[in-house]
Design a protein around this ligand. Structure first.
Ligand code: IPE
Ligand code: IPE
Ligand code: MG
Length: 233
């Protein structure tokens, strides 16, 4: 019966954000796209802190998709630099606040120095279990599913969906209860296609750099009014 009750924010194990709209935020201000991405990193910091403050233990963010690699070389370079700066700057806070860092995506695409800081963030926070920040970098859900199929090939029996999930990048995370996309588009853009099966979806017109705690609270309260049926009656 418990699944049929209204959803409560205290039941949220995992919230995921598709952080979209940085470029348009900058364009509106006649600034280069990079400025939107910079402001977007500030929002990322504030929003993840707000999520953990509200007792939600797992937060995922879509920072760079496998398709984003096809953007102009300059923008890709800028995005990689911002990721490096963000991780270098925030690592001490992750450790202080006992946040475990996880990454999803093909990290081997990134230059060696970026991979080093990614691996450093993983290693220095690996012993934390209370709070998890999962960052999707060079991530595409279709690639993730194909990768899982290839990993699963080594098994000799027919696998269950739970076993299949253990071959996904998110093997240590519960499925997202909410997926929030800013920026006005109503699509998943190759994000968590397997994990999203019963996620509540929220699409906001707000551009990611403008997203704030008040809007997060509105989403959490709307989540509380939604009835999650999981296919039951
Ligand atoms: C999201 O903002 C950040 C990344 C995809 C890296 P965009 O860069 O997609 O911003 P818009 O959608 O062009 O406004
Ligand atoms: C989705 O945004 C990816 C990230 C937010 C990192 P995009 O801007 O890449 O998505 P599309 O191209 O509008 O679908
Ligand atoms: Mg976009």
């Amino acid at each position: 019966m418990k699944d049929l009750k209204k959803a409560s924010p205290s039941q949220i194990n995992h919230i995921a954000f598709i952080m979209d709209g940085n470029g348009r935020w900058a364009k509106q201000r006649l600034m280069p796209r990079l400025m939107g991405h910079k402001k977007g990193v500030e929002t990322l910091k504030k929003v993840t802190e707000a999520v953990f403050e509200r007792g939600i233990r797992h937060v995922s963010v879509y920072a760079f998709s496998s398709e984003n690699k096809e953007r102009p070389v300059e923008e890709v370079k800028n995005l990689v630099s911002l990721v490096k700066e963000y991780l270098k700057r925030e690592l001490k806070n992750f450790v202080k606040n006992e946040i475990r860092l996880e990454f999803m995506g093909a990290i081997d695409y990134f230059p060696k120095d970026a991979q080093e800081i990614i691996n450093d963030s993983i290693e220095k926070t690996a012993h934390f279990s209370e709070k998890v920040l999962n960052i999707a970098l060079n991530y595409g859900a279709q690639d993730e599913i194909v990768r899982a199929v290839n990993l699963a090939k080594s098994t000799t029996h027919d696998i269950t969906k739970e076993e299949f999930a253990s071959f996904l990048y998110t093997k240590n995370l519960p499925p997202p209860d909410l997926i929030v996309r800013t920026g006005g588009d109503k699509r998943l853009s190759n994000f968590m296609l397997f994990q999203a099966a019963y996620a509540e979806l929220f699409f906001l017109n707000t551009l990611w750099p403008d997203f704030n705690e008040n809007e997060l609270d509105d989403i959490l309260s709307e989540f509380g009014n939604r009835q999650r049926r999981f296919g039951k009656v």
